[in-house]
Design a protein around this ligand. Structure first.
Ligand SMILES: [Zn+2]
Length: 83
């Protein structure tokens, strides 16, 4: 049988102070309110741009209309009224 616990039980090279399971990295100092605010200054979510299609439904710009399937007054999705 393969002993899977052998690597965990064996002490590793390095600091002798490190014992047990706590090997996670810990931040050296608290992030200040100012620094947290500076980091989050780019986290804002902007409203999406909405245009009104020729059929009257709101649609995303540069995309086919989800309601009628037209883009620039041409039928590109669906094809219910192709010329
Ligand atoms: Zn439309």
């Amino acid at each position: 049988m393969i002993d899977t616990l052998s690597s965990a039980a064996r002490p590793r090279c390095g600091s002798a102070k490190q014992t047990g399971e706590s090997r996670m990295a810990v931040p050296k100092r608290k992030v200040s309110k100012s620094r947290k605010g500076m980091r989050r200054s780019h986290d804002g979510v902007s409203k999406p741009t909405v245009t009104i299609c020729s059929c009257g439904e709101p649609a995303m710009p540069h995309r086919a209309c989800p309601a009628c399937g037209k883009y620039k007054d041409k039928q590109v999705v669906g094809g219910s009224n192709e010329q």
